[in-house]
Structure formats: C-alpha cells, structure tokens
Design a protein around this ligand. Structure first.
Ligand SMILES: [Zn+2]
Length: 271
C-alpha cells in the first residue's frame, strides 16, 4: 500500500515535494485522496515571516482532474492554520497554501483552474465548457470565461536588439537601419523595414528605392549588400513604413524573391 501511495504522490504532486498522500479510498465512481503538507510550518502572507505555531486545521475538498478514465478524483486536503509569530503583523493567524494545489478563496486546484482556462483560451466559453466536460472537468461556460479572465496577463517580450529606421549620413555616405525582432512570442520573427524594403501594394513583395519622394530606384549593388546583411535573420512578417503595408508570411523568402525580380529588370551600374 505504501508503494501505491508513493506512486500517487509522484503522479499527483510532482510540482510540490512538500505534499504527502496519506490515504486513498476508491468507491468505484470517486477516488478520494487524502493529502497534507509535509512542511513543519508556513510563511505568513502578511509579513513573510516563518511560523511553526499551529493554531488548528481543517479539511478542504478542492476538485481535481480525474486520473482514471471518467472517474472523479476528490482531494481531501488537510490545511493548517498557523499563528503569526511577528507581534507587529496585522495577521494573527493565517492558512497555509499548497503550491500548485490551492490558492486563497478558490474551490479548485490549480490544475482544475488551468485546464479549463487553457481550453477556454483556444475555444471560448460554450465550446470550451463542452470540451472540458469530455475530459471530466465539469464547468459551465461562464466559469470557463471567468477562469480565462483570471489568467495572468502575458508578459510582453523585451526585444534584445533595437535599431532605428532612419537614414543618416556617416563619412559622407547615406545609410538606413532596419529592426529585426527575433524572439517574438510566436517565434516567427519580424522585420521592421520602414522604407528600406518598401512593402508594395501586393503584400507578398517589397521594392527598393534610393529616394521614395523622387521615385529614384536603388542601385543593384546596394540591394545585394542589403540582402547579404539580412541573410542571417529569419522573419515571417515585414512591417513597412506605411499603414497596412505588412507582409504577413514568408517574409525572408519574399525579400529574396523581390530582389531577384528587381535585379532582373534593373540596369547594372558600372562601378
Ligand atoms: Zn505575519
């Protein structure tokens, strides 16, 4: 029996070595698992100090996902209340929270929250509720939406390399800058090319102008050099200088294809 308990512990609480499975009771439809914390104390959420002074304990029954096909697993979680030992703390007592299993004021375990929320993100309320029901997390569509709503905001990614799209003069030469975003959340890469690679009306293509206001095309050698410079970078999207001029897919290949087309028609310069 001890072996079974240890295995259950591993299956249920991999994320938290601080919990211990005390008992398993199988009554056919429902599997009841008794769980408690191993730690000698807990940290007060009010002041952060550690306390081992037990004030009392009670049982909680957070709903958990089924581990056996179609059978509900009910956790019987013994939660302890401790007395805060810091006399200046506003809390006299506090309840321990089991990482990954509970949070304050929630009837659901973290997994029971996150699974319908993930489904909800993909399918939205009604469809999300129906699918969640299939794998045994019985929730209503409003609950799915509420769980999605409660998900933490994704942290915006900070670009690692920043350039400025602006031409400038250096040692008498004009040059421009593009910005490459390599670690965008979708991992597809993006190029903010401004007017260096001009996204044209047909948004699969770009073009190359020395001067846009004067309609003076770019020199072939400059284009070849620009191609070599962006060659190491992967990017799907290209954001051009003007509103709505965005290549949404296959950007790097689009730039190459566009340059080949351009160079086929352009006259070679002599120097
Ligand atoms: Zn405290």
């Amino acid at each position: 029996m001890r072996d079974v308990l240890l295995r259950l512990e591993g299956l249920l609480f991999l994320a938290d070595p601080g919990t211990r499975v005390e008992s398993v009771q199988d009554d056919g439809e429902v599997i009841r698992v008794g769980v408690r914390c191993r730690t000698a104390g807990a940290r007060c959420p009010g002041c952060g100090s550690w306390s081992g002074r037990l004030h009392g304990s009670y049982l909680r029954f957070p709903t958990d996902l089924p581990v056996v096909a179609g059978r509900r697993v009910v956790l019987r979680l013994r939660v302890r209340r401790f007395t805060c030992e810091d006399v200046s703390c506003v809390r006299r007592t506090f309840v321990e929270q089991v990482a990954g299993l509970t949070r304050r004021y929630s009837q659901r375990t973290e997994r029971m929250r996150s699974a319908p929320a993930e489904v909800g993100l993909a399918l939205a309320g009604r469809a999300g509720a129906r699918l969640a029901d299939v794998f045994g997390a019985r929730v209503g569509r409003n609950t799915v939406l509420r769980l999605v709503d409660a998900l933490p905001e994704p942290q915006p990614q900070v670009p690692r390399v920043v350039g400025v799209d602006e031409y400038a003069m250096r040692k008498g030469r004009v040059y421009g800058t593009v910005l490459h975003w390599g670690d965008d959340p979708e991992g597809r890469g993006a190029l903010f090319s401004g007017d260096i690679f001009m996204v044209v009306m047909d948004r699969r293509w770009v073009s190359f102008m020395y001067s846009i206001p004067n309609f003076i095309p770019e020199r072939p050698r400059t284009i070849r050099r620009a191609l070599a410079l962006v060659e190491p970078f992967t990017f799907e999207r290209i954001y051009g200088a003007f509103w709505g001029r965005v290549v949404t897919a296959d950007g790097a290949a689009g730039v190459r294809r566009s340059a080949e087309r351009y160079l086929r028609f352009a006259l070679e310069d002599d120097s």
